[in-house]
Design a protein around this ligand. Structure first.
Ligand code: NAD
Length: 361
């Protein structure tokens, strides 16, 4: 029997509440599918600062390096907001991304038919939307040098650099083409090639990579046009690949399609060990109340099964169990509507477990 090791990093706030639900679901998969999964928990974020004085302790990093995948909750909260940027909880996540070379962030945005009324977009526009944003995560404007603020002519000048090497573009493009191949075989590469030189290189390299994927249809789209099309005609998209800053903004915009932050999973891939986390943060406003939606965390566990453990059928089952829980009318507060049944975090986890057990028969 194959045995996998998963590093479990719940972090802060509702991370502590939603991650146990995802672990519960993975326990069922392990039992029913005959897969060995060992879970080992470690500290990250604010709780790690409190216990160890650093947001990403050495022991956490060491565990992540020897694990097959990381299940991550969320980090941050008002308690640590006054700390300098390098000592803040969010630094824990950035440290992991960098240390593990997680250069591609995958964010599926799929609207479950029963949640169509939870989306702010009209049913006629949003129904059937199902897309994946692949965002480059370790390059571009957020990391480029030089950057800084300098004194000039009696004032100040702030600057960042958007820079990409062809190798950085190629690896994320290849990954995105491969993912599009597993979906509906359409890839939209988003850039600003009419203005930015770095985008012209992006477009050239993506076009070169496309030759190795003749079965995937490629289109190039300017980022401003993409921002409009995402809400005007979201069904037009299958897989989107773009650089770091554009991806940051577009993936949040795409999140609106799904109705709630509590529904959105993500994966960060690159090196040997990938990291899976709900898109949402630690939600201090509702932490500790047992009302957070655990479905984004559970769907992140499904991505973990698909991408790191290579168990696509088990991933499909978990996603189906989530769909059935919603279709049976159960809702946490963020997606609750008249005529549906309000449940808490652990209860929603139990309902998904029940549906999953039923699917295994
Ligand atoms: P947030 O995602 O934590 O919350 C935004 C809103 O969505 C809140 O009203 C919250 O109650 C709601 N929400 C989020 N997840 C939910 C869920 N699962 N169920 C129900 N409602 C949910 O974003 P924020 O308020 O901007 O940030 C709070 C803290 O989280 C900050 O410290 C921020 O830095 C941190 N943060 C961390 C991550 C991460 O760890 N990857 C991501 C974003 C924000």
């Amino acid at each position: 029997m194959a045995t996998y090791r998963i590093a479990v990093l719940p972090g802060d706030g509702i991370g502590q509440e939603v991650i146990p639900q995802a672990v519960k679901v993975l326990h069922i998969v392990a039992r029913e599918a005959g897969v060995g999964i060992e879970f080992e928990q470690a500290l990250v974020g604010g709780v790690a600062i409190d216990a160890e004085g650093t947001p990403c302790p050495e022991a956490t990093l060491a565990l992540c390096r020897i694990s097959d995948a990381i299940l991550f909750g969320a980090v941050g909260g008002p308690k640590w907001d006054a700390l300098p940027p390098d000592g803040r909880p969010e630094r824990g996540l950035l440290t992991l991304r960098k240390a593990l070379d997680l250069y591609a962030n995958l964010r599926p945005a799929k609207l479950y038919p029963v949640l169509v009324e939870a989306s702010p977009l009209k049913r006629s526009v949003v129904e059937g939307a199902d897309l994946l944003v692949v965002r480059e995560l370790t390059g571009g404007l957020y990391f480029g040098e030089p950057r800084g603020i300098e004194e000039v002519d009696g004032g100040r000048r702030g600057y960042n650099t958007m820079s990409y090497t062809s190798a950085e573009i190629e690896r994320v493009a290849r990954l995105a083409f491969g993912l599009a191949r597993q979906r509906r075989r359409r890839l939209t590469s988003v850039d600003k090639a009419n203005v930015l030189v770095v985008s012209q290189l992006w477009r050239q390299v993506v076009t070169e990579v496309a030759r190795d994927f003749p079965d995937v249809e490629l289109e190039h789209l300017l980022v401003d046009a993409c921002a409009m099309a995402l809400i005007a005609e979201p069904r037009r998209f299958d897989t989107i690949v773009t650089e770091n800053t554009f991806g940051d903004i577009l993936s949040d915009e795409a999140a609106i399609l799904a109705g709630s932050m509590g529904m959105l999973p993500s994966a960060s891939l690159g090196g040997r060990t990938a990291l899976y986390e709900p898109v949402h943060g630690s939600a201090p406003d509702i932490a500790g109340q047992g009302i957070a939606n655990p479905l984004a965390a559970i769907l992140s566990a499904a991505m973990l099964l698909r991408h790191s453990l290579e168990l696509p059928k088990e991933a499909d089952r978990v996603e189906e169990a989530v769909r059935r829980a919603l279709e049976a009318g159960f809702r946490t507060r963020d997606i609750h509507q008249p005529g549906t049944r309000l449940v808490g975090t652990a209860q929603m986890g139990d309902i998904v477990v029940r549906e999953l057990e039923a699917l295994y028969g």
